[in-house]
Design a binder for this molecule. Structure first.
Ligand SMILES: Cc1cc2nc3c(=O)[nH]c(=O)nc-3n(C[C@H](O)[C@H](O)[C@H](O)COP(=O)(O)OP(=O)(O)OC[C@H]3O[C@@H](n4cnc5c(N)ncnc54)[C@H](O)[C@@H]3O)c2cc1C
Ligand SMILES: NC(=O)c1ccc[n+]([C@@H]2O[C@H](COP(=O)([O-])OP(=O)(O)OC[C@H]3O[C@@H](n4cnc5c(N)ncnc54)[C@H](O)[C@@H]3O)[C@@H](O)[C@H]2O)c1
Length: 578
């Protein structure tokens, strides 16, 4: 459903306002033309005809003639390039961009300096979800009470550490192979070596190979961020890169940071028998999530498990275990910046008396990720990073030190820091290819879902309640919240998994969905109905008539939409209000 108003402002431009959030502009060949404008809450499409205007649908790469730039940046005559598109970095972002580029008929190369697949495939999503698949089963098999409620009896569950590690490693190899083969099969040239930008359109890779392309995408990702003072030895003080190999399962592990990585690993380690101590700089655990969801998650994922925690403290110094001495962790009060104590002393002094005789066997540093943008030759194109991240605009176009857009250069994924998620990187890549092909496209980051794959899972899309209330205050509208419990859902109860909550944050005046947060069984799969609704600009009064199969977990969302009270019942009041 789209209310679309078009008006011609002059012979050279056409403005279209529509209800759809994913704004798509027409092709614009001028590098300096703005791709999207938003003002007065309207989504505005600007079809700007500066000189040559084309809606590019390139032929398949077999029949492509040499590519020529519309105008080179120094005004010199058009030149030809080796490729239409070069992508630096073959992680999920680069892969997503490359697949879409070949589909669009672009002659494409991808440069990879390490292993194909990047973080997600080799050191992130893929192996971590393999470990979490194991932890989910272990948890279930160890839960006598849960099994008994089904009338099941299972002998004590145990695991083979190497077998678990192999499962994660084998899965990563398999997905890496699939990813590489998919690129090869579609005709993407894989160039091996570290890539750096020599100047506009020009990239060096490996020792001294040089290639040129009309457009370049930087997709170089990120690496674990380790705060100053923390010494990582890869054995007893580790990052997720090491932890995913599961070389040992410590009796007691301190996890520094209670974000996604910390939380997922706490699920894995406690299922495999470790005790966990969280060290979190902010005042509450899981500070990135909606506070109500964090609270419930703490009640279910933290309190009943062998986990304790210290919040409001930084781990400022961590020394690996050595010569029979345990790992020591120095804590600093996050507010006063005063040294607080060492974890060891806390236990010796009896503050954490239950641990008096225990030593920390290991520490996992899960304090965020740092962009991997070093050595990219950004100085050759006058680009300065911000805390290592490459500055980009809404369309992922790189911004130089003077605040100007660098023509034909884009940055996607973790390296731009907009949203450090695999599917966000890939979606940004697809969005950039759309632009390169002349269809201007803006990705609505508020419609991108996220999930934490604990047992049960946490998922979310859009704003948290505090963020929504802040926005409402600034923009002068009301916010309402609707909630449903998994306890009322037949499928969840059949699975004996009634512990769960879904929360909808919305505008009661027009039915706009501002955010949805779910804690419960298969929350990661359930969120997509909400994220698609946000992406499509679907209002609550629209979606509440959608029919859900019974009995399914998705009825939790059905209930949620039906519980919302929207004053405007007409289906198009969302587009009218916007
Ligand atoms: C433990 C863990 C679990 C995660 N789980 C999830 C999850 O469940 N879901 C999710 O959505 N996200 C998850 N993430 C985040 C996700 O992995 C990242 O957001 C995603 O990998 C980013 O993709 P990218 O393409 O931007 O970068 P990367 O995947 O980091 O890929 C960048 C690639 O570029 C290469 N490269 C870098 N510099 C150069 C250069 N100069 N020349 C050539 N090549 C270069 C690198 O070698 C790498 O292969 C997880 C991350 C971690 C660490
Ligand atoms: N399921 C998923 O989608 C998934 C899984 C893992 C990782 N990731 C991605 O990887 C990225 C990194 O994850 P992460 O968990 O490392 O980062 P995060 O930003 O999610 O959490 C880091 C936590 O560490 C705390 N912290 C920072 N420095 C500290 C210090 N010195 N002492 C104590 N606490 C400190 C922060 O307050 C924060 O709570 C995230 O951006 C996430 O998007 C996603």
């Amino acid at each position: 459903m789209q209310a679309s108003v078009s008006l011609s402002t002059s012979s050279s431009s056409l403005i279209t306002a529509r209800s759809n959030k994913a704004v798509q502009c027409a092709a614009v060949t001028s590098a300096t033309t703005s791709c999207n404008l938003r003002f007065c809450g309207l989504r505005i499409e600007l079809l700007h005809f500066t000189g040559e205007h084309r809606r590019v649908r390139l032929p398949s790469r077999r029949v492509l003639p040499p590519i020529s730039a519309a105008l080179s940046t120094n005004g010199s005559p058009p030149q030809s390039f080796d490729y239409d598109l070069i992508i630096i970095g073959a992680g999920v972002g680069g892969h997503g961009a490359a697949l879409h580029a070949v589909e669009k008929g672009l002659k494409t190369a991808i440069i990879e300096g390490d292993v194909m697949g990047g973080t997600c495939v080799n050191r992130g999503c893929v192996p971590s979800k393999a470990l979490l698949a194991v932890s989910g089963r272990m948890r279930e098999l160890q839960n006598e009470h849960h099994l008994k409620s089904f009338g099941l009896q299972v002998a004590a569950a145990s695991y083979d550490r190497q077998g678990v590690a192999d499962h994660a490693n084998n899965l990563a190899s398999k997905i890496r192979g699939n990813l590489t083969n998919s690129l090869k099969a579609l005709g993407v040239d894989i160039l091996t070596g570290f890539g750096s930008i020599l100047g506009p359109h020009k990239v060096k890779y490996g020792k001294d190979s040089i290639v040129t392309a009309k457009d370049i995408i930087i997709a170089t990702g990120s690496v674990p961020f380790v705060p100053k003072g923390i010494e990582v030895d890869g054995k007893t003080v580790i990052t997720s890169d090491h932890a995913l190999k599961l070389e040992f399962v410590p009796d007691w592990i301190a996890i520094v940071g209670s974000g996604y990585i910390g939380l997922e690993f706490s699920d894995v380690y406690t299922a495999l028998g470790s005790e966990v101590t969280f060290i979190e700089a902010l005042d509450q655990l899981m500070p990135g999530f909606d506070p109500e969801i964090s609270k419930l998650a703490q009640r279910v994922l933290i309190n009943p498990r062998r986990i304790d925690y210290h919040t409001g403290v930084f781990a400022t110094k961590i020394t690996p275990a050595k010569d029979g001495k345990p790992v020591t962790i120095e804590l600093t009060d996050a507010k006063t910046k005063e040294p607080k104590d060492t974890l060891e002393n806390l236990f010796e002094s009896g503050i954490a008396s239950k641990r008096l005789s225990m030593a920390v066997d290991a520490a996992l540093i899960a304090t965020g990720r740092a962009p991997y943008t070093h050595g990219l030759g950004l100085e050759n194109i006058n680009v300065l990073t911000r805390r290592g991240f490459i500055p980009v605009d809404e369309c992922m176009r790189v911004i130089d030190a003077n605040g100007k857009m660098v023509p034909h250069l884009y940055c996607i994924g973790d390296a731009n820091g907009k949203m450090m998620l695999a599917h966000a990187a890939s979606a940004q890549g697809i969005s950039v290819v759309e632009q390169v092909c002349g269809r201007d496209h803006v990705l609505n980051h508020l419609s991108i879902p996220a999930a934490c794959f604990t047992h049960p899972e946490i998922s979310m899309v859009g704003l948290t309640e505090p963020q929504a209330r802040e926005k409402a205050q600034e923009e002068g509208f009301e916010v309402s919240v609707a909630k449903t419990s998994f306890k009322a859902n037949t499928k969840a109860l059949a699975e004996n998994e009634g512990e769960g909550l879904a929360k909808l944050i919305y505008r009661p005046d027009n039915g706009e969905i501002l955010g949805v947060h779910i804690f419960g069984l298969h929350a990661a799969d359930l969120i997509h109905e909400a994220s698609n609704a946000i992406a499509m600009g679907t209002s609550i009064q629209d979606i509440k008539f959608a029919v859900h199969a019974h009995p399914t977990l998705s009825e939790v969302l059905d209930e949620l939409y039906k519980a919302a009270k929207v004053s405007c019942e007409s289906l198009n009041c969302l587009s009218n209000a916007n």
